[in-house]
Design a binder for this molecule. Structure first.
Ligand code: PGA
Length: 246
């Protein structure tokens, strides 16, 4: 089963107009890479200008969150349709920072994933356990519960990102063996949910992916790319991670 790898950068709450320079470097660098898709998810304020800069290149632009409804009286929120209109092709939903700081439940994440699809965006649904759950041997149980609650019930047009919460922004990562076991577990969950189409769903690993650990983590079976936070803010590091697939 050929799943083309995807390396997506989650810029979180970072980036100003001038940051387009970093994107331009990524666009230039991707020409030297092999079979890999690249995506940059900047803050919503930059989606329109980034999408314009990336048009016609191999770099897609994504959002970091969306509201479930298409429009209405929801001050401060941004709909999937608006992201699409601004030039996004995908949107991250259910990132652990959204779940933690904004109290997003699995049901809310699923509603956002469905909204993304309605708008013609690919949802990138994030799941991951806290350290105590891994230490207690409950990592698969927790991630399985999040998948059950957050993924759309039908239709396999989705990307899953496995991001152990304790590995995000900490410099700590699971072993390649633990990543492989979790991604295999997620694959099984996807095929039991979506049938054969579950084989086509890309499962990204996220959490302290850096140029020096990318090869070890991203060449594991059923790891179809990465969701990169900190290291995606620097074009050289981001491209070095993606070059694992060249
Ligand atoms: P990190 O973030 O690469 O900085 O650990 C990953 C993420 O939160 O998507």
């Amino acid at each position: 089963m050929a799943r083309r790898p995807l390396v997506a950068g989650n810029w979180k709450m970072n980036g100003r107009k001038s940051s387009v320079g970093e994107l331009v470097k990524i666009i230039a660098g991707v020409r030297k890479l092999g079979e890999v898709d690249l995506m940059v998810c900047p803050p919503a304020t930059l989606i329109m200008s980034f999408a314009a800069a990336a048009r016609g290149s191999r770099v897609a632009i994504g959002g970091q969150d969306c509201f479930p409804l298409p429009a209405g009286a929801f001050t401060g929120d941004i709909s999937a349709e608006m992201l699409k209109d601004a030039g996004a092709e995908a949107v991250i939903v259910g990132h652990s920072e959204r779940r933690q700081y904004h109290g997003e439940t699995d049901a809310a994440v699923r509603a956002k994933a469905l909204a993304a699809r309605r708008a013609g965006l690919v949802p990138i649904v994030c799941v991951g356990e806290i350290r105590a759950d891994r230490d207690a041997g409950r990592a698969c149980e927790v991630v399985g519960g999040e998948l059950d609650g957050s993924l759309p019930e039908t239709g396999a047009q989705v990307i899953v990102a496995y991001e152990p919460i304790w590995a995000i922004g900490t410099g700590m990562t699971p072993t390649a063996g633990d990543v492989g076991a979790m991604h295999e577990f997620i694959r099984e969950s996807l095929t039991s949910r979506y049938g054969e189409a579950g084989q086509d769903v890309r499962i990204l690993y996220g959490g302290s992916v850096k140029p020096d650990n990318a090869k070890e983590l991203l060449t594991v079976a059923n790891v179809d790319g990465a969701l990169v936070g900190g290291a995606s803010l620097n074009a050289t590091d981001f491209l070095a991670i993606a070059s694992v697939y060249s």
